[in-house]
Design a protein around this ligand. Structure first.
Ligand code: PGA
Length: 254
């Protein structure tokens, strides 16, 4: 299936940035920008840090923009200080959740199996769609292990039978570095992921799952990346903190 038949999905990963007032102003700017012609045909999601979710959900109410959590715990409740559960995210207005972002894998020692449990927890909850992040480090790429790493992370994430999901290919060497993957490098990884998804899940389920690219996406490099047949959208970190830059990325995608 070609990229034309999957609606672009453009997501903002705010990480640990912004305060309530900034978040509210950002959402108003975003709504204004999206309401201005020409009409945008893209699905847009914001991933704020947990304390900002209520503000963002309130400011975006009755808009097409969706909200997601940056992480979740596999269990529904219990003694897990500092964690949040799928029901709590859904209750706060989230429709999405990031699973396996490389900053969680690296800074919090999250294993492939643990990411798989999170994906399964989101899937169990139904109202939450997991956006599963995979990607190789610079060293793994240098050693020629990129596809092996992507396969391992993908299979572990899908092990729990995920239901509807989206995938983000985020090469770790491109995150926050200003060193974006070229459209050709990104396309090669996306094509591989699509092919493995077809083998694992069948044509139909694989065809509807969008594969986003993430890693130093900007308004300047987005058009070249989205033109690739297997790149269906973006997970944007740094550039998503400026609503005008994020809007420019959305506009060249949808
Ligand atoms: P970046 O982050 O756009 O700042 O590289 C992307 C991400 O980590 O999701």
């Amino acid at each position: 299936m070609s990229a034309e038949r999957r609606r672009p999905l453009i997501a903002a990963n705010w990480k640990m940035n912004l305060l309530k007032a900034d978040a509210a102003e950002y959402c108003r700017d975003l709504r204004r920008g999206l309401a201005a012609p020409p009409e945008v045909d893209a699905r847009v999601v914001i991933f704020p840090s947990f304390p900002l979710i209520p503000v963002v959900a309130r400011e975006l109410v009755d808009s097409e923009v969706e909200v997601g959590g940056q992480d979740l715990h596999p269990e529904e409740r219990g003694a897990h200080t500092g964690d949040v559960s799928a029901p709590q995210l859904a209750d706060a207005g989230c429709a999405w959740v990031l699973c396996g972002h490389s900053e969680r894998r690296q800074n919090h020692g999250e294993s492939d199996e643990w990411v798989g449990l999170k994906v399964a927890a989101a899937a169990r909850h139904r109202q939450l769609t997991p956006l599963i992040c995979v990607g190789e480090t610079g060293l793994e790429r240098k050693e020629g292990r990129t596809l092996e790493v992507l396969e391992r992370q993908l299979l572990a994430a899908l092990a729990g039978g995920p239901g509807p999901f989206a995938l983000a290919y985020e090469p770790v060497w491109a995150i926050g570095t200003g060193e974006t993957a070229t459209p050709e490098i990104a396309q090669e990884a996306h094509r591989y992921l699509r092919q493995r998804m077809v083998e694992e899940l069948g044509e139909v389920a694989a065809a509807v799952a969008p594969i986003l690219y993430g890693g130093s996406v900007t308004p300047d490099n987005a058009a070249g990346l989205i033109a690739q047949p297997d790149i269906d959208g973006f997970l944007v970190g740094g550039a998503s903190l400026d609503p005008q830059k994020f809007l420019a990325i959305i506009r060249c995608s949808g």
